[in-house]
Design a protein around this ligand. Structure first.
Ligand SMILES: Nc1ncnc2c1ncn2[C@@H]1O[C@H](COP(=O)(O)OP(=O)(O)OP(=O)(O)O)[C@@H](O)[C@H]1O
Ligand SMILES: [Mg+2]
Length: 503
């Protein structure tokens, strides 16, 4: 494999990371990793879950000390002992896990630790003005005075980006910034990135959305197992080539073949309404995978939440295997045979300091109860088979989940629900933040569940995914059901049309 034209020369780069190695107990996260970023460009960093992308960036940002290697910023070797030092040198980072203080306002979060002061007091007026100036320049429409905790994830994301920009950054790391953004918000982010580029800021961009990567980036570096694999101009590489470099083999099929044919009716939802939507009726069959498409705000998630007892039913019926149910809360829903993977699982579902085992079995703990004790052998066997079948990258089952890469944490949460052996599985954006290889594994798992006679409902914003895995696709538009289609007989255009029907 060859390096990009002038990678090794050292000239013409705002940032170079050379020979970076980093080991955690039991894990070689980085091994002689290389990254060279040109000024005023978007440099994408791609690789499978656990490849070491976030770790490399945390080394850059002073969160981890490297074991070996050097970092050269503007031609000068640097060593940041902590993020504050990196920020001082205009290197900033938007993290994969958002970590704003919920009880503080947006502007307090942005200027945390460096509030403007006037005669001994925090100068709120200046803080507001400064924040507004940045928001305006980036076209961000958020009130700086509201509490961060009240914002939807996408806006929190925007605030994080504004914060990164506020340090006059010349290098901004964005670790999966678009994973929870709508298409429109992604366009907005890309416009912001173009502006930053024009300002000669460089952006290191981490994402699993390969189409987006080719669109926005100038250069692409592929890493695998902590190692540098290739650096190419975005114009010189295709998605398939990128995937091949990432996984180290050909991945010809992006979706596994579904063999199970839908059987008898499992669940019927009759004229369901809650405060957010009304008139939703459909049937879900055994062995069936039903997709829900729609624009963001069409209340797709709310439909799942209502079925799962997270929202109050206003009218209508939910009938499982001929019996009407009242899922008053998620616990009742679980007892009734439902499981739900929420969209914000990274925030909702993870017990960060606890083990992979604990995080896998917590929703199913009763199944392991043996008088006063837990059936350890059963736990170990279930946990190990989950780790193997989902290919969860972890040193062992006792490792703290917080130390796993973002995508691997997701697989654990997914596995948690699979272990409850639900009759109906509700999945909200199940492959968000998951790499191509793991996506395929998740699709295979979903197929297997369907083959076992379960019913699966998937909300997804990725149209190819809905077409790739679903038997039927239901569309929501503005809080109403606007169509149900056989996935084989419908086009993407028809789904789009149905999605905007009631706008
Ligand atoms: N603090 C830590 N302690 C122990 N192991 C860690 C720690 N941080 C990361 N690792 C391990 O290092 C490897 C690389 O993880 P990293 O988070 O960098 O992957 P990634 O490429 O960002 O993946 P993803 O796409 O899933 O976010 C993984 O095997 C992970 O489990
Ligand atoms: Mg990561």
């Amino acid at each position: 494999m060859e390096k990009q034209g002038n990678v090794s020369s050292g000239a013409g780069f705002v940032l170079q990371m050379r020979g970076i190695s980093k080991e955690f107990p039991g894990v070689k996260a980085l091994e002689s990793m290389e990254l060279s970023v040109r000024p005023g460009t978007v440099h994408a960093l791609v690789g499978e879950n656990g490849a070491g992308k976030s770790t490399l960036m945390k080394c850059l940002f002073g969160m981890y000390a490297v074991d070996a290697g050097e970092i050269i910023l503007d031609g000068e070797p640097v060593k940041f002992a902590n993020p504050a030092e990196a920020l001082k040198r205009h290197v900033s980072m938007v993290h994969q896990e958002l970590n704003q203080v919920p009880r503080q306002t947006v502007m307090e979060n942005i200027w945390l630790g460096r509030y403007p002061v006037k005669s001994g007091f925090v100068d709120e007026k200046k803080m507001l003005g400064d924040t507004q100036k940045i928001f305006e320049s980036l076209n961000i429409n958020v009130d700086p005075r509201v509490e961060s905790g009240d914002l939807p994830v996408s806006q929190k994301q925007m605030v994080e980006i504004a914060k990164a920009v506020s340090y006059n950054a010349k290098v901004i790391v964005m670790d999966e910034p678009t994973s929870s953004l709508t298409e429109k918000e992604v366009e907005h982010l890309f416009a912001i990135m173009e502006k930053l580029k024009a300002n000669n800021t460089s952006i290191i961009y981490i994402s699993h959305k390969l189409e987006e990567i080719l669109r926005i980036s100038d250069d692409v570096t592929v890493m695998r197992d902590g190692k540098w694999i290739a650096t190419k101009a975005a114009g010189d590489i295709t998605i398939d080539e990128m995937i091949k470099l990432m996984v180290g083999r050909d991945l010809t099929e992006r979706y596994p073949e579904k063999k199970a044919v839908p059987g008898e009716v499992l669940l019927s939802v009759e004229d369901l309404a809650c405060s957010e939507f009304s008139g939703v009726s459909f049937e879900l069959h055994k062995n069936e995978i039903l997709g829900i498409a729609g624009l963001v705000g069409s209340k797709r998630t709310e439909v799942l939440e209502t079925i799962f007892g997270m929202r109050q039913v206003k009218s209508g019926r939910i009938v499982l295997e001929g019996r009407e149910l009242h899922n008053k809360n998620p616990l009742t829903a679980m007892k009734n045979g439902f499981a739900m993977l929420t969209e914000e699982r990274r925030h909702d579902g993870i017990f960060s300091g606890l083990s992979v085992t604990f995080n896998l079995i917590i929703s199913n703990i009763k199944a392991y109860a043996k008088k006063l004790f837990l059936n350890n052998r059963m736990i170990v066997s279930d946990v190990d088979s989950m780790i193997a079948s989902m290919n969860i990258k972890t040193p062992d089952r006792n490792a703290a989940i917080g130390n796993l890469s973002g995508g691997n944490q997701q697989k654990v949460i997914f596995g948690r629900w699979l272990l409850t052996k639900p009759k109906v599985l509700l999945l909200d954006e199940p492959t968000r933040g998951v790499d191509v290889g793991a996506k395929y594994e998740i699709y295979q798992l979903i197929n297997r569940l369907a083959e076992e006679g379960r019913g699966v409902i998937i909300v997804s914003s990725e149209m190819p995914e809905l077409f790739g895995v679903c038997d039927r696709i239901l569309t929501m538009s503005n809080g109403r059901l606007s169509g149900i289609f056989d996935a084989k007989d419908v086009s993407q255009v028809e789904i789009m049309e149905a999605s905007v029907l009631y706008l």
